[in-house]
Design a protein around this ligand. Structure first.
Ligand code: AMP
Ligand code: MG
Length: 404
């Protein structure tokens, strides 16, 4: 063992360094059928009004409100996609269907349920209001009105409105290409029987799921042995195509911990140790051509907590998200959250609803090897370093992973 030469950096400072050195990726024009989950790279502005014509909201009769209470001649029909030719003369009405264009001369629509039909005439009720039962031009969007802002994630409704404005492709940020590698001579492929002293490479699957869920396009490099030349070979090859490298294991100060020297030889290590628990050995480096590398600790909880604290916000910055952090909510602690070291601590909790409050209960032993402390956890509670911790009953902002 040797002592680490890297300064122990405050957790917030480390997170700021990561974001400072993480680039926003370029823009690409993507067909709308592949845009779900992507982030808009430019503001979308309405070019034409929506709806583009006065459009009936119901099935009924289009007429002048001033003809209320009269019996009118039915002069024609306007159905969706088939506008009536010419307008309606005074004293007449037009049959109209939902989505049909309001004919010239009409200023309201009466629902079919409210009229009386006889021969070629329609008798309409008294007391009609101009403007009723149809959508006016530009009711939803006027030309020049902002539709969606850059940084918006495209969900169903956002894709719907973009399509309604006639766009077949959208400008979105490129998805980050991430090369993922596990390191350690003790690791075997999941599904193979571990030999003496061996364990399954579980971090790969946990991080693959986390990366994909965060929008990354992942290339799995598999298990690299604790052997400097092999490690270097794999990483250098992978970096030709990737925006980021994510490794797990090999960042602490044991003699087999080879990731830090490797990253140092390929670029600049900005973070080598963090005042964070779990996650003290977290390492962040910049490499050539704006690429970034995250050396996550090997312990399963440490790798996923440092993913949440450092990697996810960086991936969101790359994709142009307006909000980089996970959402937080106030929760009431059901337990004394004591710090167990002089480091900022992210404790795993489950949440339950009590009245209008969310109450946080510890997931038990917070050992960084105990993935059961994170499996099923709803939130991470940040316990500040170096004081008494947080008393049971106090209300804190928790980083929400999922809601109960
Ligand atoms: P390291 O950071 O390489 O010193 O590893 C710390 C601990 O995490 C050791 O007990 C490793 O066996 C374990 N570990 C490292 N990589 C993985 C992995 N990919 N999957 C599961 N456990 C791992
Ligand atoms: Mg190792």
């Amino acid at each position: 063992m040797r002592a680490s030469t890297y300064p122990l950096i405050d957790a917030d400072e480390a997170a700021a360094l990561v974001l400072e050195h993480t680039p926003v990726l370029g823009l690409e024009h993507v067909a709308i059928d592949d845009c779900a989950g992507r982030v808009l790279a430019e503001d979308l502005v309405a070019e034409a009004p929506l709806p583009p014509f006065p459009s009936s909201a119901v099935d009924g009769y289009a007429l002048r409100a001033s003809d209320a209470g009269k019996t009118l001649r039915v002069a024609g029909e306007s159905s969706a996609g088939r506008p009536m030719q010419g307008g309606i003369p005074p004293g007449s009405a037009a049959r109209i269907l939902t989505g049909g264009v309001l004919p010239d001369g009409a200023d309201c629509v009466v629902m079919v349920e409210d009229v009386h039909l006889a021969g070629g005439t329609v008798t309409v009720p008294a007391g009609l209001r101009a403007g009723s039962n149809y959508h006016k031009v530009g009711d939803d969007l006027r030309p020049g009105e902002p539709v969606l802002g850059a940084g918006t994630q495209l969900g169903a409704a956002e894709i719907g409105i973009a399509a309604a404005t006639g766009r077949a492709t959208l400008p979105v940020r490129r998805r980050p290409g991430v090369a993922l590698m596990s390191t350690g001579d003790e690791l075997v492929e999941v599904g193979r029987k571990p030999g003496p002293g061996q364990i399954p490479d579980s971090n790969r699957w946990a991080l693959l799921a986390a990366l994909r869920e965060a929008g990354a396009d992942v290339t799995v490099l598999g298990i690299a042995p604790d052997e400097p030349d092999r490690l270097r070979e794999v990483v250098v090859r992978a970096l030709r195509a990737a925006d980021a490298l994510v490794t797990s294991g090999g960042v602490s100060v044991g003699t087999h911990d080879l990731v830090k020297p490797l990253l140092e030889s390929l670029g600049t290590v900005h973070v080598g140790r963090v005042k964070l628990k779990p996650g003290k050995p977290f390492t962040f480096a910049t490499l050539d051509n704006h690429r970034v590398a995250f050396g996550l600790p090997g312990f399963p909880v440490s790798s996923l907590v440092t993913f949440e604290v450092f990697v996810r916000p960086a991936l969101r910055k790359m994709q142009g998200f307006a909000r980089l952090q996970r959402p937080t909510l106030p929760v009431r602690l059901a337990y004394d959250a004591r710090p167990t070291a002089d480091r900022t601590e992210y404790q795993r909790v489950t949440l339950r609803r009590e009245g209008r409050e969310l109450v946080a209960e510890t997931t038990g032993s917070q050992s960084s090897s105990r993935l059961m402390s994170l499996a099923g956890a709803h939130a991470l509670v940040r316990v500040p370093a170096g004081d008494q911790g947080l008393e049971a009953g106090s209300i804190v902002e928790a980083m929400i992973l999922s809601l109960p």
